[in-house]
Design a protein around this ligand. Structure first.
Ligand code: NAI
Ligand code: MG
Length: 491
């Protein structure tokens, strides 16, 4: 038992180089960077720091696999089987992979093991089943012609992912791309490269041919920008900050790449007076504090009707104060550290601003523990729309509670943001729930629930929260091009 705990606490890092054309290689420059354990601030290992030269090699491998390699010749059904095998391999090593994720990212082991990894496996299986069901349509046209469409892979997909759900973002990106027959150059986040590299090795073991998946770790402005600028890449799928998406859009303009973006939010979570308050409080608590508050869809503006404000706030305050913050490898831990010093500092500065601007801090408000990037679960009451904590994405365990009275005014306030990722409403009034769902400008609306994700349900943002959708059929189509074929039937 002791040895098992040891191996889980110190999962072996097997891969830390670039994965190009099925082989592990150091960066051509020889450079490396360190990845840290955010719970201890200790170095885990050095990782190859890729840049243009490595990305160029990866793109060449991906183009070859796309155009003349075994991938383009493989039967769609066999492509699906590769994905099923990858899902099976991940499932067979779920404890080790969850531990690696917790080590590099700091998320509690109970979440990496029981939430992230099962979602990874489910997403890959969902898209595995799609691989042989991608087809166009036949279209009646004027004249003596037969017209049909084909859905073809968009080509080499450049995929740039963040650190908050490292493995899950790999699954969301690889699943539809591989099902569609694309090949991949991925740039994982510099904070969390390890689980992605491990998955690349498992993909090889699952029989995915060399060159189909390439992973180049490194930094955004070098490795990431090289993927975006490379003329051999057809599409960019990016998850991260909207400011980075703006840079990517400019960099991609030269080659007019297809772009899908999944960005941040300032999502409204609305509690009506007739709601089941226990459920609503719990939902608001999970909707904000999940994953250390590092969720693009975090319900970071909690709008509570004035009639239930006092009761509601008491409940979330209690939940926040009792949240167990600490060693992410301890099975009882509910909240681990933030990802790094920069995010920690950003969050602490927002907590300061909240107090300065006159909000009332009713839970937390300070660092937790003296080592690691831990922040106490923090709740601000009496927040108003003009405060920075009500407008800007904090990406940490900081809840803002606002009150409302009038329904139309609430809808206006909920939409008064350049973001539009998610929204939720808690009520027993079915008409109110649907009215909210119709009027709120957000890509996902939850009614009497929060953070319910499914591989089949499209996810993405309105406005500056994104472009295009991931997951479901829409997520798959984002990796295809439609080709129209017209045949003369004159003999
Ligand atoms: P980021 O958007 O800079 O990083 C995400 C990914 O983009 C990383 O792999 C990074 O290396 C890459 N990248 C950075 N600059 C690039 C460039 N010029 N070209 C190509 N790729 C580039 O986000 P960061 O700095 O990690 O976090 C900053 C803030 O962004 C957070 O505080 C949070 O508000 C937001 N964020 C939102 C996420 C989401 O899921 N929507 C995830 C991570 C961060
Ligand atoms: Mg790390």
């Amino acid at each position: 038992m002791a040895t098992m705990t040891e191996s889980i606490r110190h999962p072996k890092v097997q891969h830390s180089e670039c994965f190009i054309d099925g082989k592990w290689r150091p960066a051509i420059s020889g450079k490396t960077f360190t990845t840290l354990n955010p719970a201890t601030e200790e170095v885990i290992c050095e990782v190859a720091e890729g840049d243009w030269a490595d990305v160029d090699a990866a793109v060449k491998a991906a183009r070859h696999a796309l155009e003349s390699g075994p991938w383009s010749r493989m039967d769609a059904r066999d492509r699906g089987r590769c994905l099923y095998r990858l899902a099976d391999l991940i499932e067979s090593q779920i404890d080790e992979l969850a531990a690696l994720e917790t080590l590099d990212n700091g998320k509690p082991i109970r979440e990496s093991r029981n939430a992230d990894l099962p979602l990874v496996i489910d997403c890959l299986r969902y898209y595995a089943g799609y691989a042989d069901k991608i087809h166009g349509s036949t279209i009646p046209v004027r004249g003596n012609y037969f017209t049909y469409t084909r859905r073809e892979p968009v080509g080499v997909a450049g995929q740039i992912i963040p650190w908050n759900f490292p493995m899950l973002m790999v699954a969301w990106k690889w699943g539809p791309a591989l099902a569609a027959g694309c090949t991949i150059v991925m740039k994982p986040a510099e904070q969390t490269p390890l689980s992605c590299l491990r998955m690349a090795q498992l993909a090889k073991e699952a029989g995915i041919p060399d060159g189909v998946i390439n992973v180049v770790p490194g930094f955004g402005p070098t490795a990431g920008a090289s993927v975006v600028r490379h003329p051999g890449v057809d599409k960019i799928a990016f998850t991260g900050e909207h400011r980075t998406a703006q840079i990517i859009m400019r960099d991609a303009a030269e080659t007019l790449k297809r772009l899908t973006f999944e960005l941040g939010g300032k999502s409204p979570n609305v509690v009506l007076p007739d709601a089941d308050l226990d459920r609503a409080a719990r939902g608001a608590y999970i909707g904000l504090f999940l994953n250390q508050g590092q969720c693009c869809c975090a319900g970071s503006r909690v709008f509570v009707h004035k009639d239930v404000h006092t009761e509601f706030v008491g409940r979330v305050q209690e939940l926040a104060k009792n949240r167990r913050v600490g060693d992410p490898f301890a099975p009882e831990t509910e909240q681990g550290p933030q990802i790094d010093q920069a995010q920690f500092d950003k969050i602490m500065s927002y907590i300061e601003k909240g107090t300065q601007e006159g909000a009332e801090c009713i839970a937390g408000g300070a660092r937790a523990h003296d080592r690691g990037y831990f922040v106490q679960p923090t709740v601000f009451d009496r927040v108003t729309d003009d405060m920075a904590i009500a407008k800007e994405e904090i990406f940490g365990p900081v809840m803002s509670v606002l009150t409302f009275d009038d329904w139309d005014d609430l809808i206006r306030r909920a939409n008064q943001t350049f973001y539009g990722l998610a929204a939720a409403v808690w009520t027993r009034d079915i008409a109110k729930a649907h009215d909210f769902a119709r009027k709120v400008r957000a890509g996902t609306v939850w009614v009497n629930c929060y953070d319910v994700f499914d591989a089949a349900a499209p996810f993405g943002g309105f406005k500056m929260s994104g472009q295009g959708r991931e997951l479901g059929e829409e997520g798959l189509k984002a990796y295809t091009e439609s080709k129209t074929v017209t045949v003369s039937l004159d003999s």
